[in-house]
Write a protein that binds this ligand. Structure first.
Ligand code: NAD
Ligand code: AHE
Ligand code: ZN
Length: 369
């Protein structure tokens, strides 16, 4: 079929809306009509050329929601009409990683996903005969996309599709990192570096866990009002201090925070986030994604003396078995997703979403097809 898609032809070039060819779902695959998609920093990161797995041309996009239109042979868990969230972290119950019960990182199709291909090693997208790569196994910047069955989470039909895209990455990533990765407990002190959608979801999650003090850190003070609305007790700008931000936070908290989260993708800030943790027990969760060749550093003494560095992908959330429950939490009113959605626009306006995120003027832009 012919579908309109925003194609990333090469790094650092605006996306072009093209009419491309999409092959139907093969065995174990699902055709989904994307209703809305939102722009995550990771899409922008890949377009910048810093992602070691970035491949071009590609249909980017991994934070979306849609409706199943057709299923391939052997698909039993979803049917046409189901509302689904594409999963860049699929959940295959037969994968040993999932069976371990220790991780959400199903590996059964990870290799082909990283190569921009479907599990059979081919792409469903092409333009005038030229192969176009999938991205993160999701490619939500197209009117229709094809996904492996294990990469769709069936959600309640009560979830408004105009808003549900943010449940495809930002919200579960931030909230899940708090609950599943760091396991923040009531009364804990928390520092959140980076107040984009992911950092905001960390704040929202920390508040729900009953954190006693949540400190937001960002170089862009225009983010502070929303961070406070969502639960931050105070926000600070590292540029306002003449000393390293970790020292400032250690002083503010009488020895450091119980938990910190890096939601930027800056390796220097990852160090600050570790070093602002309390000696003996403070734990830093890295969520931000850093470019090819970048590495983190600290004095090993920081770890010897009890601080912990860990990382989190998709908030440690099991996409098929846990994400639908998080959507239900939203629908019950346990948390709100409206504050994340600062802009709404059409597919044709997608490059504006990149410009706004790059300029620090948006939290999430939702693109409506
Ligand atoms: P965003 O661009 O909306 O927010 C990043 C924030 O960091 C901005 O508010 C910006 O002003 C702030 N910032 C930049 N440099 C800073 C500095 N030196 N000190 C303090 N603040 C600084 O991004 P987002 O969509 O919220 O994503 C955040 C990060 O998380 C990105 O790296 C993204 O790729 C990554 N991410 C990871 C996962 C995962 O599963 N691990 C999921 C989603 C996003
Ligand atoms: N491709 C990059 C890494 C990108 C990355 O870390 N992606 C996160 C999700 S970001 C969502 O906004 C993730 O889930 N990683 C786990 C995985 O298996 O990809 C690189 O460095 O190669
Ligand atoms: Zn994302």
């Amino acid at each position: 079929m012919k579908v309109r898609a925003a194609v990333a032809w090469e790094a650092n070039r605006s996306l072009e809306i093209e009419e491309i060819d999409l092959e139907g779902p093969k065995e174990g695959e699902v055709l989904v009509r994307i209703v809305t998609t939102s722009l995550c920093h990771t899409d922008m990161f890949t377009l910048s050329g810093r992602d070691p797995e970035g491949l071009f041309p590609a249909v980017l996009g991994h934070e979306g929601v849609g409706i199943v239109k057709e299923v391939g042979r052997g698909v039993i868990s979803v049917v046409p009409g189901d509302h689904v969230i594409p999963l860049y972290t699929p959940e295959d119950p037969n994968c040993p990683y999932i069976k371990s019960g220790k991780t959400n990182l199903s590996q059964s199709i990870r290799k082909t996903q990283g190569l921009g291909l479907m599990p059979d090693g081919t792409s469903r997208f092409s333009y005038k005969g030229q192969m176009i790569h999938h991205y993160m196994g999701t490619s939500t910047f197209a009117e229709y996309t094809v996904l492996p069955e294990i990469a769709v989470a069936k959600i309640s039909k009560d979830a408004p599709l105009a808003k549900a895209s943010v449940m495809g990455c930002a919200v579960p990533t931030g909230m899940g990192a708090v609950r599943n990765t760091a396991k923040v407990e009531a009364g804990a002190t928390v520092a959140v570096f980076g107040l984009g959608a992911v950092g905001m979801a960390v704040i929202q999650g920390a508040k729900m866990q009953g954190a006693s003090r949540i400190i937001g850190i960002d170089t862009n003070p225009s983010k502070f009002a929303l961070a406070k609305q969502l639960g931050a007790h105070e926000c600070i700008n590292p540029r306002d201090f003449g000393q390293p931000i970790q020292d400032v936070i250690v002083d503010m908290t009488d020895g450091g925070v119980d938990y910190s989260f890096e939601c930027i993708g800056n390796v220097n800030v990852m160090r600050s986030a570790l070093e602002c943790c309390h000696k003996g027990w403070g734990e830093c969760t890295v969520i931000g994604v850093a470019g090819a060749g970048e590495e983190i550093a600290t004095r090993p003494f920081q770890l010897v003396t009890g601080r912990v560095w860990r990382g989190s992908a998709f908030g440690g959330v099991l996409g098929r078995s846990q994400l639908p429950g998080m959507v239900d939490e939203w629908l019950r009113g346990d948390f709100d997703v409206d504050p994340y959605i600062t802009h709404n626009m059409t597919h044709e306006q997608i490059n504006t979403a990149f410009d706004l995120l790059h300029a620090g003027q948006s939290i999430r832009s939702v693109i409506h097809f």
